[in-house]
Design a protein around this ligand. Structure first.
Ligand SMILES: CC(C)(COP(=O)(O)OP(=O)(O)OC[C@H]1O[C@@H](n2cnc3c(N)ncnc32)[C@H](O)[C@@H]1OP(=O)(O)O)[C@@H](O)C(=O)NCCC(=O)NCCS
Length: 377
């Protein structure tokens, strides 16, 4: 039976059961497998959080060590993938390259064609390590720099920064990236995860699902918002404008301010709390609080004027910029983290699958419309 009335943007629609992620949008609560995101951001690390998302519980010490080892072992890209990265024009966005390269990874994956739970887990290890490598490697290729070998002794966050910059990252940079990866790792049925589940539900493979998810993440209403925030801050700075006056003019022109608002949260996005703190702390330690100060002024104005809260993308922009990361890597870094959640959802979908096929509320020409032969139109 078709639903009588459509809900624009599927707002409020419950599309599946899931035991991965829970959000209370009124109370500002986000929990992975029941564990509050604040606890994870304060005490966990990306590897442990990923284990939790994939296995439904926290690992014991030896399990975590084995998991770390497995991820480090999976830091391998087929030479043909490197060749592919080198073949792209140097001015395309890293997000387009990531989307295309992830699709190509399946051609070299030994478990391609196997959607079993165990094969999906093995592919998830590889995809998690490979996505971070693709982002780092393409950035170096486009800048004409030599590639950096993965360092198995480093954490996922540390190795990513090492392969990106060819410099051993500081403890602060590594921990900042690690927390950012924890915060972005999953978010229930956000647009990209829903896209991944829809693809997986046709019994297509995990690489197809993740490729589709990356395409969804790229949009400025989703992961692309963090790049849009920084473009706005740079523009304000370049023109020497007042940040609040700038956003006032944007609102007057009926433009949306990237990094604000959320479909689910009606209060502070709990992820923004940590990113705000990290943006401020990094700015202070680098003696460059300009981006944080501008962001804070905009946030206070938008809170007061529009009753809108900053979301995960607002302070990740100034945080990554203070870490010295290029703007067009912000959304790919979102994918470096969100692969953990995407993989958990694809595995959950394949483990208990039913095709996802909703109905549309038809508002077109009334049936039966006349078919007018070509010569009479
Ligand atoms: C996240 C987002 C897509 C949610 O969209 P949504 O649930 O469909 O909400 P809507 O776009 O319908 O917005 C509801 C109202 O709030 C306003 N609003 C929402 N976000 C806004 C923003 N960032 N700036 C200005 N106004 C905003 C809308 O204009 C609308 O006002 P109206 O009812 O007077 O027309 C939306 O808030 C947005 O576009 N934010 C900016 C992009 C962004 O940061 N995305 C990352 C999300 S984590």
């Amino acid at each position: 039976m078709a639903t009588a009335v459509a809900t624009k943007g599927l707002e409020g629609i419950v599309a599946t059961t899931s035991s991965i992620c829970w959000i209370d949008g009124d109370a500002g609560v986000l929990a992975y497998r029941g564990i509050d995101i604040h606890k994870l951001a304060e005490q966990s690390n990306f590897e442990e959080t990923t284990y939790l998302l994939w296995n439904g519980r926290l690992p014991k010490g030896a399990e975590l060590d084995a998991f770390r080892e497995e991820l480090a072992k999976a830091r391998v890209l087929d030479p043909k993938i490197i060749e592919l990265l080198r073949s792209f024009p140097k001015d395309v966005t890293p997000m387009e390259v990531l989307r295309t390269a992830v699709s190509a990874l399946s051609c070299y994956d030994p478990d391609e064609g196997d959607n079993s739970h165990d094969a999906n887990l093995r592919k998830s290890f590889r995809l998690t390590s490979q996505i971070a490598m693709l982002v780092a490697d393409y950035d170096r290729i486009r800048k004409g720099k030599p590639l950096v070998d993965a360092d198995p002794s480093l954490s996922h966050a540390g190795n990513f920064l090492w392969m990106l910059n060819s410099e051993k990252p500081s403890e602060t940079a590594t921990r900042t990236m690690d927390i950012a990866l924890i915060l972005h790792a999953d978010h229930e049925l956000n647009a990209s995860t829903f896209a991944a589940r829809v693809i997986a539900a046709t019994l297509s493979d995990i690489h197809s699902a993740i490729t589709g998810a990356i395409g969804a993440l790229k949009g400025p209403l989703h992961g692309g918002a963090n790049e849009a925030v920084m473009h706005m801050l740079f523009e304000i700075d370049k023109k020497g404008e007042d940040a609040v006056e700038h956003v006032k003019a944007m609102l007057a022109a009926k433009k949306k301010i990237s990094g604000f608002g959320h479909r689910v949260y009606h209060t502070e996005d709990p992820r923004a709390t940590h990113l705000r703190r990290m943006s401020e702390a990094l700015g202070k330690s680098a003696n460059k609080t300009k981006w944080f100060d501008m962001s804070r002024a905009i946030e206070q104005y938008i809170n007061a004027e529009k009753k809108l809260n900053a979301n995960v993308d607002f302070y990740s922009a100034s945080t990554y910029t203070t870490l010295g990361i290029d703007i067009d890597l912000f959304t790919p870094i979102f994918a470096v983290s969100r692969i953990a959640g995407w993989a958990a959802h694809v595995i959950e979908q394949h483990d208990d699958n039913r095709l996802i096929r909703p109905r549309a509320d038809y508002i077109g020409t009334e049936y039966p419309a006349e078919y007018t032969p070509l010569e009479k139109r």
